[in-house]
Ligand binder design. Structure first.
Ligand SMILES: Cc1cc2nc3c(=O)[nH]c(=O)nc-3n(C[C@H](O)[C@H](O)[C@H](O)COP(=O)(O)O)c2cc1C
Length: 343
């Protein structure tokens, strides 16, 4: 079996950017890697069927920059043969690993037998992993939840995935029924870690590298988890992947906003504007005068428009340019679940 994840786990901890639809595109992954190069970045999810049948989707989803390595592409579907075909294409593009979405609780996804529903269609889930692991040499991992209603079957499920050839499991500390409510609970994930040999990563409400580190250490001294995933807390705050609770200066934030805007312009062509607006407004959480700048940012039409807003901020806050902005990491600023909400 490919030892990529085990090798990484031996250099504990594994810190990862969670897969997020509408966010984890190549420009965002490049920004995260530039700031925190040790991070393993996951992509948005793509349908295996789309990867197999659409050259356009292949180009959009699988074209990447070498700075993104190790890069994991996430796919969803329900048919093992389609997964295996998609896996071969992903491998051909030089991607580091493939992750299977057994996580998404959106009604339309579950109704069609994809995402979270694979937690209850276990034989299909195992077959998918088996076929993919046979089809490619790169590692195949799975992202899932605690379970359908509780975590009583999590260990058995993951043991089945491990036997089928999965080489990493990431678990979001909420059940399907909880969807996006309540707090992420890691109890079941610590339990799972005692019973499997593949690395185990936790996910849900992790605010920063330091917070992740605290969460993966077992409270009673049993085996620690191998790593953590950070999702929403990274929006507009890619510094959250750095050890030591790093706080960027205003100057650093503005430079990264410019770079992020430029990358989106280069990679995304016509879809650029919506993407740039969505990402850039996130960088100014809790900043004085934020409303005015945000309303300018949501109207940008070109990189020049972005540069104008950034220059305005610099002029208005000359005295703050080299000051650290400590308003990050406030949980109240976490965005809502957006695209993956149960509908
Ligand atoms: C906008 C958005 C899109 C998401 N898309 C995906 C996805 O494509 N695949 C996936 O496995 N999880 C997806 N997730 C879930 C995240 O990977 C993660 O499990 C969840 O946000 C909890 O982590 P957090 O509390 O650190 O945000 C998405 C979450 C958000 C907020």
């Amino acid at each position: 079996m490919n030892t990529f994840w085990k090798d990484l786990a031996s250099r504990w901890p594994i810190s990862t950017l969670a897969p997020m639809d509408g966010y984890c595109d190549s420009p965002y992954r490049q920004i995260v890697k530039k700031i925190a190069p040790e991070t393993v970045v996951f992509s948005e999810f793509y349908s295996a069927d789309g990867i197999v049948h659409s050259k356009e989707l292949q180009r959009k989803a699988l074209t990447h920059h070498s700075s993104e390595y190790p890069l994991i592409i996430q796919i969803f579907w329900k048919d093992p043969a389609m997964f295996a075909e998609a896996a071969k294409i992903i491998e051909w593009y030089g991607i580091t690993g493939i992750d299977i979405n057994m996580w998404c609780p959106a009604k339309k996804v579950v109704k069609s037998g994809h995402g979270s529903s694979l937690m209850i269609n276990r034989d299909t889930a195992f077959k998918i992993v088996e076929e993919m692991a046979k089809a490619v040499k790169i590692p195949v991992s799975v992202k899932t939840r605690l379970g359908w209603e509780n975590h009583s079957l999590l260990t058995e499920f993951v043991q089945g995935l491990e036997n089928a050839g999965a080489s990493l499991i990431s678990v979001h500390g909420r059940t399907y029924k909880q969807a996006f409510t309540g707090r992420a609970d890691l109890t079941g994930i610590y339990e799972l870690k005692q019973h499997v040999n593949i690395p185990v990563i936790c996910n849900g409400d992790v605010m920063s590298y330091e917070d992740g580190l605290k969460k993966i250490i077992h409270p009673e001294g049993l085996k620690n988890l191998d790593g953590f995933m950070i999702g929403r807390a990274s929006f507009g705050n890619p510094w959250c992947f750095l050890p030591g609770n790093y706080e960027p200066t205003l100057g650093e934030i503005l430079d990264v906003m410019k770079e992020h805007g430029d990358l989106l312009w280069t990679c995304k062509e016509r879809k650029w504007m919506m993407e740039a607006r969505k990402h850039l407004v996130q960088y100014l959480h809790g900043f004085p005068g934020v409303k005015e700048y945000r309303s300018s940012l949501v109207h940008v039409e070109s990189p020049v428009d972005i540069y104008k807003v950034l220059e305005q901020i610099k002029r208005d806050h000359k005295d703050l340019i080299s000051q650290k902005i400590s308003s990050y990491n406030a949980e109240s600023q976490m965005v809502t679940w957006g695209d993956c909400a149960v509908d």
